[in-house]
Design a protein around this ligand. Structure first.
Ligand SMILES: Nc1ncnc2c1ncn2[C@@H]1O[C@H](COP(=O)(O)OP(=O)(O)OP(=O)(O)O)[C@@H](O)[C@H]1O
Ligand SMILES: O=c1[nH]c(=O)c2[nH+]cn([C@@H]3O[C@H](COP(=O)(O)O)[C@@H](O)[C@H]3O)c2[nH]1
Ligand SMILES: NC(=O)CC[C@H](N)C(=O)O
Ligand SMILES: [Mg+2]
Length: 721
C-alpha cells in the first residue's frame, strides 16, 4: 500500500546523461532466443526484450505490417548483429525496446549494449513502457516510482507540436490519429522529468507523461503498449514508426502457416510415433489435426487424460469432438493419480495435490503429473518412451506467462502453465516434445482450425485450462489478513467518504487521486466496499501480483438493471491504481432469492473463510455451478462473444458457516494477453445474469453469494489463480 508513503527510488542525478550507467555492457553475446526468429529478409526490425509479457506480441504486430523482426536479449552486441545480418543481405532498419517487470534503477534491470543509443548505431528507436523509461533515464531524465499506478485502459491526449508545418502538427509517431486515443497502460514507474533534448508528445488522462520524442536523434518512447488489442490504434502507430520513421518498405510475407507447421513437425518426428495430448479444446484439436496431416493418422496416438478436475461430462464430449479427426483415441481416468500426486520443486518434495493450497505448487504438480501419466501410457502400449514424441497444443501466452526461456530470458513468471513445468522443460530439452502452435495466439489458432476444415462449434469452443477446476478453486486454511484493516479503511473512505480511522493527510490524498482519476465519489449511490480476505493472481507492469480481492455491493438495490454499473466499473479501474495490494474487483449480487438474508453489510469486515482444499465435495460443487453457467451461455448465445467464462469457487461464507461463494468472470479478448470484463446490459443481458445467479443460488448447495468480476487484464488475469 503506497498511499501513505510513496517510494521515490530514483538515485541522485549527477550527470546530464547516464550514458555511463552501469546498465550498459559492452559486447554481449550474440545469443539467439529462438532460432525460428532468425529471418531472411531484406529489412529487419530488432526487438530488444526487456522481459515484457508482450514482446512476442510486438513481433506479431511488426510481422502483420509485412516487416520482418527478430527478438534478442537487451545486451546483444548490436554492431556485431548488424554486421552478421548485413552479410546475409539484411538491413537492420530500427529497434524496438520492449517493456519489462524491472525498474530502470533496480538492481536486476536488464543490461544493454553500449552502442544502443550511440551515434555510431544511429538507428530509429521506439521504446515501449520500460523501453521509454530506459531511454529517458539514460538521457538524464527522471523516472520515479509514484504512489499512483496506471493499469488498464486509459485515454491519452496527443499534444500539438510547435511546428508551422501543418503536416507535422503532432509527432510523426501519431500521424493520422485522433487527439484522444484509447491505450493500455500498465506501470508503476513514470517519467517525472523529461530528458534534455526530448519533449512530451502525449499525456495520460491521469496527467502522466505517456510519450516522448527526440526528433533529431530519431528516438521515440511510449509509456503505453501499442502492441496489444486494447490500444485501439496501436497498429497505426507501428505503421508510422516502421514505414515513416524507419523507412521500411513493408514487403515481407509470412509463409503459409499450415505448411510451416507441417514442415516443422516432419523435421522433428521423421518416422517415429507421436502421442498427442488432447483435451478436446481448440489448441489440442488443431495440433492433432496438423500432426495427423504431417505424419499420417497411423503414426498418431491421441491421449485424453481425465485429471479429476474436468467440467461435467467434459471427457465424454472430448471423445465426440475427436471422432471427427479419425484418430485412435485413448481416454484414461487418472483422477486418483492426480489427487494423490506430488512433485519436486527446486529439490523439495511437495505435499499431495489434494492437500496443497499454494496455486503455483498445484500448477506444478499437475503439469508434471500430466507428463508422468503420458509416459506410463506409452509404456502400456509396449512402446519405448524414447521412440515416441509427445505433442501438446502449447500456445505463446502459455510460454510467456510461465517465463519459458524459449520466449524470453528475463520475463517474470505470472503463472506456471501446466504444459511448461520443470518436467515438461526437461523433456523439451531432450528434444521429445512437439509443439507446432507455440508461436501462435488463440485467434491465430482459430484461423488455422478453420482452414483445416474443423467445425465452427469446435473452433469456437470456450477455452478450458489443462489444470481445469483445480485452478478455479481458491484453497486456504486461514484468511489472508496482511494489512487488512488499513486497506479496508482506505477503500471504505475511497468509496463512501466515511471512516474515522484514517488521518487527514491520507484522506486528502485519496480525495485528490479520485479527482485526478476522474472517479469522483458518488454520495447518492449506495455502493459499499468490503475487502475479501483472499488473494488472486494478477499481472501489473509486466510482473506477477498475488493480492487482495475487493467486493463491492449494494444491499439496497435488488435488481441487476438498477445497479450503477458504469460507476462500479469506474471504481474497479480506479481502486487498484490507488491501493496497490488490490488487483481484482468483483460485484457481489444481492438477489431476491436464497441469499436474501445474507446481508453483506452486517458481516463487514469479513475476516474469516471456509477452510478449503481440493476435496471431492468442493470440486462437485464447482462442477455444478460451472455447468449452470455453461448451459446459460448456450441459451443466451454468448459462446462466441464472451471469449472465456471462468467460474470460480471462493472460500467466503458471508456469515453462513461452511458455505462458499461463486465468482463469474465473463472475459472478452482476442489473444488472452489483455482483455476486458463483459459489461452487464451491453455484453451480457440482465436477464442472463439473473438467470445464472438465481439458478446457482437455488440449486447448488452451500453457496452464499454470486460475484461478478469487473476487472480487466491487466491488472487481473483471466483465471483467478
Ligand atoms: N485433459 C487433458 N488431456 C490431455 N491433454 C491435455 C489435457 N488438458 C490439456 N492438455 C494438453 O495441454 C495443452 C494446453 O491446454 P490448453 O487448455 O491451453 O489448450 P486446449 O485445451 O487444447 O485448448 P483450449 O485453450 O481451447 O482449452 C492442450 O493443447 C493439450 O495438449
Ligand atoms: O492449458 C492451460 N494450462 C494452464 O496451466 C493455464 N493457465 C491459464 N490458462 C489459460 O490461459 C489463458 C490466459 O489465462 P490468464 O490470463 O489467467 O493467464 C486463459 O485462456 C486461461 O484459461 C491455462 N491453460
Ligand atoms: N510494463 C512495463 O514495462 C512496466 C515497467 C516498470 N516495471 C513499471 O512498472 O513501470
Ligand atoms: Mg484446454
Amino acid at each position: 500500500m503506497t498511499i501513505t508513503s510513496p517510494v521515490i527510488k530514483t538515485p541522485p542525478l549527477n550527470s546530464e546523461s547516464r550514458l555511463e550507467s552501469n546498465l550498459i555492457v559492452s559486447g554481449g553475446d550474440i545469443e539467439i532466443i529462438n532460432e525460428k526468429d532468425i529471418v531472411n529478409a531484406s529489412e529487419v526490425i530488432v526487438i530488444l526484450d526487456a522481459g515484457s509479457q508482450y514482446s512476442k506480441v510486438i513481433d506479431r504486430r511488426v510481422r502483420e505490417l509485412n516487416v520482418a523482426s527478430e527478438i534478442h536479449p537487451c545486451n546483444i552486441n548490436l554492431l556485431e548483429l548488424i554486421s552478421i545480418k548485413s552479410k546475409s543481405g539484411s538491413k537492420v532498419k530500427g529497434i524496438i525496446i520492449s517493456g519489462g517487470p524491472e525498474s530502470v534503477y533496480g538492481e536486476n534491470a536488464p543490461k544493454f549494449d553500449e552502442n544502443l543509443f550511440s551515434e555510431k548505431l544511429n538507428l530509429p528507436i521506439l521504446g515501449i513502457c520500460y523501453g521509454m523509461q530506459l531511454m529517458n533515464f539514460i538521457f538524464g531524465g527522471k523516472v520515479e516510482s509514484n504512489s499512483q499506478r496506471e493499469d488498464g485502459v486509459h485515454n491519452i491526449q496527443i499534444l500539438q507540436t510547435n511546428s508551422n508545418d501543418t503536416d507535422n502538427k503532432v509527432s510523426k509517431l501519431f500521424k493520422g490519429l485522433n487527439e484522444f486515443e484509447q491505450v493500455l497502460l500498465t506501470h508503476g514507474d513514470s517519467v517525472t522529468e523529461v530528458a534534455k533534448g526530448f519533449k512530451t508528445i502525449c499525456t495520460s488522462d491521469d496527467g502522466i507523461v505517456s510519450g516522448i520524442e527526440n526528433v533529431d536523434r530519431n528516438l521515440y518512447g511510449v509509456q503505453f503498449h501499442p502492441e496489444v488489442d486494447l490500444t485501439t490504434n496501436g497498429k497505426k502507430m507501428f505503421s508510422n514508426f516502421l514505414l515513416n520513421i524507419c523507412g521500411c518498405s513493408g514487403d515481407f510475407t509470412l509463409n503459409d502457416r499450415e505448411k510451416q507447421a507441417i514442415t516443422y513437425i516432419k523435421s522433428i518426428v521423421a518416422d517415429k510415433k507421436v502421442l498427442v495430448l488432447v483435451s478436446g479444446g481448440v489448441d489440442s484439436t488443431v495440433c492433432a489435426a496438423l500432426i495427423s496431416k504431417a505424419v499420417g493418422p497411423n503414426n498418431v496416438i491421441a491421449l485424453h487424460i481425465d485429471n479429476g478436475f474436468m467440467r461435467k461430462d467434459e471427457s465424454f464430449n472430448v471423445e465426440k469432438a475427436l471422432s471427427v479427426l479419425g484418430l485412435h483415441l485413448i481416454v484414461v481416468d487418472a483422477s486418483e493419480t492426480f489427487y494423490n500426486s506430488t512433485t519436486t520443486i527446486k529439490g523439495h518434495l511437495t505435499g499431495l495435490l489434494k492437500e496443497t493450497t499454494s496455486p503455483e505448487e498445484r500448477r506444478k504438480i499437475i503439469g508434471d503429473t500430466f507428463m508422468r501419466v503420458a509416459e506410463s501410457e506409452v509404456k502400456k502400449l509396449g512402446l519405448q518412451p524414447e521412440d515416441v514424441y509427445l505433442a501438446q497444443g502449447t500456445l505463446r501466452p502459455d510460454l510467456i506467462e510461465s517465463s519459458s526461456k524459449t520466449v524470453s530470458g528475463v520475463a517474470d513468471v505470472i503463472k506456471t502453465h501446466h504444459n511448461d513445468t520443470e518436467l515438461v522443460r526437461l523433456l523439451r530439452d531432450s528434444g521429445r516434445v512437439v509443439e507446432p502452435l507455440k508461436d501462435y495466439h488463440k485467434d491465430e489458432v482459430r484461423e488455422l482450425g478453420k482452414s483445416l476444415g474443423l467445425s465452427d462449434s469446435l473452433v469456437w469452443r470456450q477455452p478450458f485450462p489443462g489444470p481445469g477446476l483445480a485452478i478455479r478453486i481458491i484453497c486456504a486454511d486461514e484468511p489472508y489478513l496482511l494489512n487488512y484493516d488499513f486497506t479496508n479503511n482506505v477503500v471504505q473512505y475511497l468509496v463512501t467518504g466515511e471512516t474515522n480511522e484514517l488521518n487527514l493527510e491520507t484522506k486528502e490524498k485519496i480525495d485528490k487521486q479520485l479527482l485526478e482519476m476522474k472517479c469522483p465519489r458518488q454520495n447518492k449511490i449506495t455502493i459499499k466496499p468490503v475487502l475479501l480476505p483472499i488473494q488472486t493472481v494478477g499481472v501489473q507492469g509486466d510482473g506477477r501480483t498475488y493480492s487482495y480481492l475487493l467486493g463491492l455491493y449494494d444491499d439496497e438495490s435488488t435488481s441487476t438493471d438498477s445497479i450503477p454499473w458504469s460507476y462500479i466499473f469506474n471504481l474497479a479501474r480506479t481502486i487498484p491504481k490507488i491501493c496497490h495490494n488490490i488487483n481484482r474487483v468483483v460485484f457481489i449480487f444481492s438477489q431476491n432469492g436464497q441469499d436474501k438474508n445474507i446481508n453483506v453489510s452486517n458481516k463487514s469486515p469479513i475476516k474469516h473463510i471456509t477452510p478449503t482444499r481440493l476435496t471431492p465435495d468442493v470440486i462437485k460443487q464447482l462442477q455444478h455451478a460451472d455447468s449452470i453457467v455453461s448451459e446459460k451461455l448456450y441459451k443466451y448465445n454468448l459462446i462466441k462473444s464472451l471469449s472465456q467464462v471462468p467460474v470460480v469457487s471462493l472460500p467466503i461464507d458471508f456469515g453462513v458457516k461452511g458455505n462458499r461463494s461463486i465468482a463469474i468472470r465473463t472475459f472478452i479478448t482476442n489473444d488472452f494477453m489483455t482483455g476486458v470484463p463483459a459489461i452487464p446490459g451491453k455484453d451480457i443481458s440482465f436477464e442472463c445474469l439473473n438467470d445464472i445467479t438465481n439458478n446457482i443460488l437455488t440449486s447448488v448447495n452451500g453457496i452464499s453469494k454470486v460475484l461478478f468480476d469487473c476487472t480487466s487484464k491487466p491488472p487481473g488475469t483471466t483465471e483467478f489463480l
